[in-house]
Design a protein around this ligand. Sequence first.
Ligand code: CA
Ligand code: CA
Ligand code: CA
Ligand code: CA
Length: 443
Amino acid sequence: MALRRIESGIGVLLAVGMGCDPSPPGETSGNTETSEGSTTEVGAGTVDTGAPSSSTSTEGEASTGSSGSSSSSSADSSGGLEPPPPGGLEPWGYGFELLEDMHGDRVLMEDFDGDGHVDVFTQWRVAPEYTLRTHRGDGTGTGFVGGLASTLQWEPIPLAGDFDGDGLPDVASFSGGDGFFVALNDTSGDFVDSRFNPHPDPWSDANVALDVDGDLRDDLALPQLHSSGIDVLHGEGDGFFSFEANLLQPACYISGIVGTDLDADGWTDLVATGSCNGVPDYVPLIVYRGGPMGLAVEQTFSESDAAVHEGAMVLATDANGDGAMDIVTPVSTTALAVYSGDGSGSLAPPQIVPYAWTYRTLRLFELWLDPAGPAAYVMASDTPGQTAVAQWSGGALDTQAVELGGTLAGTADFNEDGRSDVVVLVPSDGREPDAVGVWLSIP
Ligand SMILES: [Ca+2]
Ligand SMILES: [Ca+2]
Ligand SMILES: [Ca+2]
Ligand SMILES: [Ca+2]
């Protein structure tokens, strides 16, 4: 039986024989960094948050940063890397900074030490283990102080969540294998040991951290193989997890998933794209509503509403500015499907919004170019260099290709001006981990 998998920011996919055409439309390929990209739960975990700071242009006068390692500087001062190409996000009022002493294969942007400023968690492989390090931000966008670099048993795809309920993000890591690791934040933002949980996580990037049972500690939802639903694991609070439930999956398998509170009742809901590789009569979008009794299927959409774009991220965002959370996900290769929510917990049939950019969009992040909104999006395929900015314009999306000088890793507001900053991984020579660069909004 054929097994095929696509990783993308958030969604991963797979198809296994059983009546489904094993090949998804589009190519495969493995993607990159940031895990789950979407908003999610309560505690931590998301890729996008916002925040960081000042600096501006491409060359920097270095930082204010404090002690330790830190700060930005120009590209050519850090070791043989090419400077980013001109252009990029400059037309939108951004400058580029390469963050010195910050390297990794994947990154997560969260406030790991609880000081109110967004930090950057990096990991890179030092076989057979990984080195994890948190770089603490100071709110300027250029000043980061590197914390303890711990070498731990780990897996390639990280996901943030508050697994012990102390209000600080912890991290789990997945590989698509038979188990995953969890490292608890030591409360200063560092990670000093990891715990192994033996449970299959076949889709890695499609996993979500959310508090299913209301004990204020994040649990995990792990989509399983064909016809096997989504396993919900209860977080014990100590980095270990136990099986809690299996959610019905009215499709062959899950393509992408996001946790968000659609009806603002305090219980995180799950929205998943389900696929059967284009086989008709399967359900492309499923809403699982959270509540005191756990998660249960609330709503499903039919194949005729919109085709699942396998491996694409599912984004929870207020796309139409009415204050209620909507769901946005790429469909086909040239459109986004917008499922509008009205705050009641269910979604309207999708509005298909075509755009001119023709690459296979898999990764999609909110991009607050203007804090007054509406949010734009920065999106990318799996192929380096295929990145675009999409802005709403009278109910349509205006897309513009941008060269960011690296692989899109996510967004966060490092300099705390209300405008998203955009993180990229800048390829090194292949022997070293990638460098981390940021397109910073110029206040
Ligand atoms: Ca912080
Ligand atoms: Ca925690
Ligand atoms: Ca919980
Ligand atoms: Ca900013």
